[in-house]
Design a protein around this ligand. Structure first.
Ligand SMILES: Nc1ncnc2c1ncn2[C@@H]1O[C@H](COP(=O)(O)OP(=O)(O)OP(=O)(O)O)[C@@H](O)[C@H]1O
Ligand SMILES: [Mg+2]
Length: 498
């Protein structure tokens, strides 16, 4: 190729840098993207500080991670510092080589980074949007704004780490603009919202043993786990799906307890009790333990976030090698499942929604206790010779009932349950006609049928010498009865005989 074959058309710094502010971050997702960098740098502590000073207010993120040397910092400040197609280390929460810049620019016009490696000197660089716009050139400044150096007190006391200072916060509510007065209250409310957001997004990372500690204005944040487990939480069967890159994706459906059942104060706090339960339903996508999508029905047709399905939550855990397949976006707020998984996810979602609806519809208090840890399934997922396989759980009371009586109707009941709970979404790679599934499932959806199954199972357990109340606890934990709390409660108060 000769020089006549191309022309260099460089981006205009003044206009592009302003456009880079519009990637769609809000304050919470911007700070979370900066916290991602600290976690990727193996920080054990991260401090997020909001300082109110009117127009001169600042937000900073300090970490005790590995820090950077001068050339590392130079690379970090570059837009597109790394190729998104590069393989990343497991703990690396980054992908695009943009976050530090785009997240900061979305909120402010001046971002200063001061960093040091263990035993090394501090390095300083600053992007100042006013300067870039005025000069129309990609100039990174080599010193902080006047007075900014004294802000990094936290960093001075650390062996290594990084301090990111956001100034000129023109996009943050509460900061005074020419035409309006500022409001400290409004600024500090943002701080509160950011704290709540980080508590949710990083809950798995901060609650892990020896997990990262995150402080917002010196207050350590506590995890908010959308999948908190209390006695009435139903953990349904989990599924491992393999994507075309060979990576495994874990899908774990839950039916959360009805709000009225979450009486324990610490559980309420863990659940983020002030949050609206209707908006909290849906799939949650975690990437390397970091939450990307918090409750979405992923655009499946006709699935709305309504009151009836508010107890359905499904956890999806993916690794960072599947980023392209899941279409992770720069702000780390969006991800959508690859085409190859949509069918399986729709079926898992459908089952979870149906069960959640039944629990929601039945709001009585005489429900037999179901312990999340003891929930038992008709089909068991087992690994045989390194291969996933499935077998019918021989402990199921209906298996006992069929064995004991040996009559045709109890064998038929067992077969119906086995058929209707067959984990098709895991085994069959080909889409199955929805109508076929609907017909099979309707046979066990019939309350009269389920009641007969319950009674047959009750007798099978009674024959083993188990007492009524213990029988009810056992039955309530078994699939499919766990999805019929009203029928279980009826049997509890009206046993077939004592
Ligand atoms: N707090 C930090 N400590 C150490 N290194 C950092 C820190 N923040 C950024 N870096 C370095 O700067 C690089 C660029 O960060 P940036 O957030 O712009 O992109 P990224 O994290 O690679 O990808 P993404 O755009 O997905 O966030 C990082 O890859 C990392 O090497
Ligand atoms: Mg990043």
């Amino acid at each position: 190729m000769s020089e006549n074959d191309f022309e260099v058309v460089e981006p205009r710094a003044a206009s592009l840098i302003e456009s880079l502010r519009a990637f769609g971050y809000d304050l919470g997702s911007a700070i979370a993207d900066l916290v991602d960098n600290s976690i990727a740098a193996k920080a054990s502590k991260i401090w997020v500080d909001f300082q109110w000073r009117g127009t001169a207010s600042t937000i900073s993120i300090t970490d005790d991670g590995e820090g950077m040397d001068k050339s590392g910092l130079r690379t970090a400040m570059r837009l597109g510092s790394r190729n998104p197609n590069e393989l990343r280390a497991d703990h690396d929460l980054g992908r695009f080589g943009l976050g530090l810049k785009t997240a900061s620019f979305s909120q402010c016009r001046c971002v200063t980074v001061i960093t040091k490696k263990s035993g090394g000197d501090e390095s300083v660089m600053r992007w100042d949007l006013n300067h870039v716009s005025n000069k129309d050139a990609w100039h990174v400044m080599l010193s902080p704004r006047d007075g900014a150096m004294k802000e990094r007190v936290g960093l001075e006391n650390l062996k290594s780490g990084t301090f990111v200072l956001l100034q000129d916060l023109d996009r943050v509510p509460g900061i005074p603009h020419e035409d309006e007065a500022g409001s400290e209250d409004s600024f500090m409310r943002q701080c509160q919202e950011v704290e709540e957001y980080l508590s949710l997004v990083f809950h798995r990372i901060i609650e892990a043993p020896n997990g990262v500690k995150i402080y917002v204005n010196n207050r350590r944040i506590t995890p908010v786990d959308p999948f908190f487990v209390v006695e009435a939480t139903q953990i349904l069967q989990s599924h491992r799906l393999r994507d075309s890159s060979g990576a495994t994706v874990l899908v774990e459906p839950f039916v959360m307890p009805h709000e009225s059942k979450v009486t324990d104060q610490s559980a309420r706090e863990k659940a983020g009790d002030s949050r609206d339960w209707v908006s909290r339903q849906g799939f949650y996508i975690y990437r390397q333990e970091r939450l990307l999508v918090a409750g979405s029905w992923l655009g499946f047709r006709g699935w709305r976030k309504d009151e009836h399905h508010k107890l359905a939550r499904i956890r999806i855990s993916i690794g960072n090698q599947s980023d392209a397949l899941w279409q992770i976006d720069v702000t780390k707020r969006k991800a959508s499942p690859p085409e190859q998984f949509k069918d399986a996810l729709r079926k898992i979602g459908q089952t979870t929604r149906e069960r959640a609806k039944r629990v929601y519809t039945y709001r009585g208090s005489r429900i037999a206790p179901t312990s999340a840890f003891e929930l038992k399934f008709v089909w068991e997922q087992v690994v045989l010779h390194g291969q996933l396989s499935y077998r019918i759980n021989r402990e199921h009371p209906l298996v006992q009932a069929a064995k004991n009586s040996g009559d045709a109707s109890s064998v038929e009941r067992l077969l119906k349950v086995v058929e209707s709970h067959f984990p098709t979404h895991l085994i069959d790679p080909n889409p199955i006609d929805d109508q076929v599934i609907a017909i099979v499932q309707s046979s066990s959806d019939d309350d009269t049928e389920v009641r007969k199954m319950l009674v047959a199972s009750w007798h099978a357990l009674k024959d083993k010498g188990i007492g009524h109340s213990q029988i009810m606890t056992i039955l309530a934990a078994w699939e499919p009865f766990n999805a019929y709390p009203a029928l279980v409660a009826q049997l509890q108060s009206n046993p077939p005989y004592q």
